[in-house]
Write a protein that binds this ligand. Sequence first.
Ligand SMILES: Cc1ncc(COP(=O)(O)O)c(C=O)c1O
Length: 343
Amino acid sequence: MTQHLTPNELQTHIDKLPRMKMAHLPTPLEEMPRLTERLGGPNIWIKREDMTGLAYGGNKARHYEFEMPHVSEQGYDVMINVMDYHSNNARMTAAAANKIGMRYILVLKNAANRIVQGNLLIDKILGAELHLLDEYQSGDADGYATRLKEQLEAEGHKPYLIQEHVFPRIVGMVGFVQAGIEILEQINENDLKNIHFIGVAGRSLCGLIIAAKAMGLDWKFTGVTVNYDVPLGDYIFKHNKDIQELLDLPVTFEQSDMRVLDQYVGEGYGVMTAEVNEAIHIAAQTDAIICDPNYTGTAMAALIDQIKEGGFDDDETIIFLHTGGLPAVFTFAEQLANFKGTV
Ligand SMILES: Cc1ncc(COP(=O)(O)O)c(C=O)c1O
């Protein structure tokens, strides 16, 4: 039989890792009463990871509390990140790099000749060394970054090229194991039952799954796919196991740990669907929650649709994991401003 940990015991496992304060914690867990009323389904709450405070907030603030100490302990002296021009990750990495005084090179795809707005503007203000690739160069963005890395190595530097499966990046997931302890306390304070999380299918939700399993909680998880390119299976199952090993936790994982919904992607990453545009307006005009056009807007559209379709039980308490992304609203201003529907 699996031995479950108390929150304090789980905390001692986490405390063995180096950590640097980055996020404003705890973030609020609050009700969305007007959205709940409008949809006429189960009670909806929201965990405000958009309020973590690191250069406009988002989930990465928690990740970097663990990832950045690991990066500096390994002796890296420059970070290279390859991201899309409107990336939240790009911005928050720039902010976290500043916090530890690390040089940061940002290779941005599809970025040449873009209006400098949203995340791109913040990247610039934060002082990231920008390489703005055009569409043609973007096809070989990874090659471009590898050449930069080799050049830096030849100059005697130790560059950390951030890639999906490199270890420091995976260590970041511990931030959301930590969030699991915080959320459990808030759930108990508010006497909430039958918890069902919904959010972007990614590392943050995975960290919560690890926390729930370690503490023997019956929380359910629905992950919404926003990007076909992300190797989700690897994150949910392979890297959950990496973190389980890193923290030495007595847990195992199954495919059924997360219900994955991939029907809300639309044309793909970075292309906002009409449903997402509507969902952004609904969340804003009910409980004054601003979602972003790529990640949380897609998760919000999924939440709204799933309640209509009976995808949740009425006695569940839904917790929407708002993972941030707010500056992207300004990049997609034209489409958002042209929303013609009524809410
Ligand atoms: C707003 C937002 N939500 C969710 C994610 C997914 O992140 P993760 O896989 O770290 O949970 C991202 C990734 O950049 C993001 O920007």
